[in-house]
Structure formats: structure tokens, C-alpha cells
Design a protein around this ligand. Structure first.
Ligand SMILES: [Zn+2]
Length: 151
């Protein structure tokens, strides 16, 4: 829930900033006041500087939206910190043994692992988030125990 609230907050902040920029753009180029029996064409498409400014604003909007989504993909789902330590796993030459090459990112506080395919052939695929247990020692001790040991 906190993860999606942070994403929504970033979208609202980016949208407010870009809307303010659009308002400033419209105030910098005020619309021409129509006179009696005269046709005033719309600014967009007829006024080249205004049209170029709107184009730049549109590119800023798409870039901001892309950066917000890109940043959100590589954040921990629990603590919202950036995921660190990318590790490449797998091999194309030994794909049948180890699987397709992937990149794994971890949260430095041990909340989970994000596994993303290195090569995305069929479009952008969703990375796989694997949450870890809250007790770090449980996972470390589980690997050293024999299957027949009782706690
Ligand atoms: Zn975390």
C-alpha cells in the first residue's frame, strides 16, 4: 500500500509541476482577442513558437512520466529505498542448466529481491519481486540445518 501511495504522490507532484508549467506557458503567450467579424485561428498549429513550446512541454510530460515509472520499478516494495547490487545470473551458453540470463537487485535491508530478465524479447515484461522473511537469521540457519534436525 505504501509503495502505491508513493507512486501516486510522485504522479501528483509531477502532474502539478507540469500543469504549472502549462499555465505559465499560456500566460507567456496570451490568446489573441478576436475583433468584431474577424476570425482568429487557434494558437496551436498556427503560431510556430507556441506550437514548438507545447511540443517541448509534451516531451517534458512524457519524459517525466517515464522517469517516475522507471524509478518506481527499482524501489523496494517495503521500505521504498532504491534496490542495489545488481547481479547477473544465468548464461546464454548454459541456458538449459542455469536458465535465461537475469539481473537480480536486492534491498540492502533484506526485504526482497527483484529478478528481471536481461533480454526482453517479447516486449517489456514485469520483473519478479520475491519478498524475504523478516527474520534474516532464520534463512541463514535454515541452510546449515540438516533435514532431520529438530529445533
Ligand atoms: Zn527494503
Amino acid at each position: 500500500m505504501r509503495y502505491w501511495a508513493y507512486f501516486a504522490a510522485k504522479l501528483v507532484a509531477g502532474g502539478a509541476l507540469l500543469y504549472g508549467l502549462l499555465v505559465a506557458l499560456n500566460s507567456a503567450w496570451p490568446a489573441e482577442v478576436p475583433h468584431f467579424f474577424t476570425y482568429v485561428p487557434p494558437r496551436f498549429g498556427y503560431d510556430l513558437p507556441f506550437t514548438l513550446a507545447v511540443l517541448v512541454w509534451f516531451l517534458l510530460c512524457t519524459g517525466t512520466f517515464y522517469l517516475i515509472i522507471w524509478d518506481q520499478r527499482y524501489r523496494c516494495r517495503v521500505c521504498l529505498r532504491r534496490l542495489r547490487m545488481p547481479v547477473e545470473t544465468g548464461s546464454w551458453s548454459r541456458m538449459l542448466q542455469f536458465g535465461r540470463p537475469r539481473i537480480e537487485y536486492i534491498c540492502t535491508y533484506g526485504h526482497g529481491t527483484l529478478k528481471e530478465d536481461e533480454l526482453q524479447i517479447s516486449g517489456l515484461e514485469n520483473p519478479e519481486w520475491t519478498p524475504h522473511s523478516d527474520d534474516l537469521w532464520e534463512e541463514l540457519c535454515a541452510s546449515s540445518k540438516e533435514p532431520g534436525d529438530q529445533p
